[in-house]
Design a protein around this ligand. Structure first.
Ligand SMILES: Cc1ncc(COP(=O)(O)O)c(C=O)c1O
Length: 397
């Protein structure tokens, strides 16, 4: 049984966690500074500010830019629900725009039609790690001096367009480090600001927030590690795999149940806090491993996409786009059947990885269609070549 996704946390990191636990205050600051530094070096530009979650990062970015009541922020209708929530939390209004069915991202023409006198920002989102036309959107709003280009890089820590890293195109970008992300701090995020002035304003707001309680972080780590064990090949062959197949026969989706219970306890919903030094320590070895993991994700994704059968259409990429492969997704007209068949061949495909989050979902037909027609194919770096061959065999049938 091959899991749809797994979490990325390696036993070698436990030493760093322990070191962070006993770190004296000076070393704690140094750990956070080291994470910021590693992140900025990875991005090659900008000023990084660690935060407690991606959604908090978005709120801080908007607040620092003076975006609030009476202002609109253009966002894709196909995204995570925390995005419109964050915009509303600063008093602004999300202005939803439908996405392209192929790329699953915003289009320049869609953004152009939504721009108006109240627009203060466009949140260019690279969904599943697939770079959107952020250059086209940037060009479009060049003449709109009070509209900021922002990027949602929650999925896109290692994506680029024409050789430029996603996250460096606009005024600021935010990243997310929840358990399933390529860098996992058991809830956490980063803002990358383009200028020192904006970074200082965001940092001032971020540093006013308390560090999360250590007990809470350890609870998240414990839950995350349980999750990680359950979704290893062995876990999927035994306990979780057996549960998946028997629940499937009963018509109950055990993974949805699992997501609502175990996984939701490791998510970021309440993370209105600073990122702790402990989390920075957990992140550091992952930053070092990122290039190798990303190369492996890329190799797996290329193989999978080439092998998809005629009933599965891969996410379309723009010329010059380097996908980060947070998720390898494809669309199909028959999600339940494809998922059931794959499961019977030992491959667990994810469904509904993103939602149509608009207030009036029927007004956004592509987002609505994608919500119910997208499957997520396992493609995490820990998969062996043999696993990939098994996934391909299951998808071809
Ligand atoms: C597209 C997108 N944007 C923003 C977020 C918010 O990130 P976080 O969960 O770290 O708050 C998520 C969550 O995963 C997301 O999927």
């Amino acid at each position: 049984m091959i899991a749809r996704r797994t979490i990325h946390f390696y036993p070698g990191e436990l030493g760093d966690v322990y070191a962070a636990m006993i770190a004296v205050p000076d070393e704690r600051a140094a750990l956070l500074a080291a994470f910021e530094d590693a992140f900025t070096r990875h991005m090659g530009a900008g000023h990084a500010i660690p935060v407690g979650s991606g959604r908090l990062g978005l709120r801080l970015m908007l607040g620092a830019l003076g975006i609030g009541a009476g202002h609109e922020v253009i966002v894709p209708a196909f995204t995570d629900e925390s995005v419109p929530d964050a915009i509303r939390a600063v008093g602004a209004t999300p202005r939803f725009v439908d996405v392209d069915r192929g790329t699953m991202n915003l289009t320049v023409s869609g953004v152009a039609a939504a721009l108006g006198p109240s627009t203060r920002a466009v949140l260019a989102t690279h969904i599943f790690g697939n770079p959107c036309d952020v250059k086209g959107i940037g060009g479009l709003i060049e003449g709109w001096s009070d509209v900021a280009l922002l990027e949602d890089c929650a999925h896109a820590i290692d994506a680029s367009l024409d050789g430029q890293r996603c996250g460096t195109f606009g005024r600021a970008a935010m990243f997310s480090f929840v358990v399933t992300k390529a860098v996992n701090t058991f809830g956490g995020g980063m803002v990358l600001a383009s200028s020192l002035e904006l970074a200082a304003q965001i940092r001032q707001r971020a540093s006013a927030l308390p560090e999360p309680a250590l007990g809470g972080i350890f609870r998240r780590i414990a839950t995350g590690l349980t999750l990680s064990r359950a979704t290893t090949q062995k876990g999927m062959r035994t306990a979780l795999g057996v549960a998946l197949r028997s629940f499937d026969r009963l018509g109950v989706d055990p993974v949805a149940l699992y997501d609502r219970t175990v996984r939701s306890s490791t998510q970021n919903a309440q993370a209105d806090n600073a990122l702790s030094a402990l989390q920075a320590a957990v992140a550091l070895p992952q930053m070092r491993a990122l290039p190798a993991h990303q190369a492996r994700r890329n190799a797996i994704a290329i193989r999978l996409r080439q092998a998809l059968g005629p009933n599965l259409t891969p996410q379309r990429m723009l010329p010059g786009a380097q996908h980060a492969w947070y998720f390898v997704v494809a669309t199909t007209d028959d999600v339940p059947d494809v998922v059931r068949r794959a499961l019977s061949r030992g491959v667990d495909l994810g469904v509904r990885p993103m939602r149509n989050v608009a207030d009036d979902p029927s007004a956004f037909p592509n987002a609505a269609w994608l919500e119910t027609h997208t499957v997520q194919i396992p493609a995490y770096p820990e998969l062996s070549d043999m696993d990939v061959a098994r996934i391909i065999a299951a998808l071809r049938r």
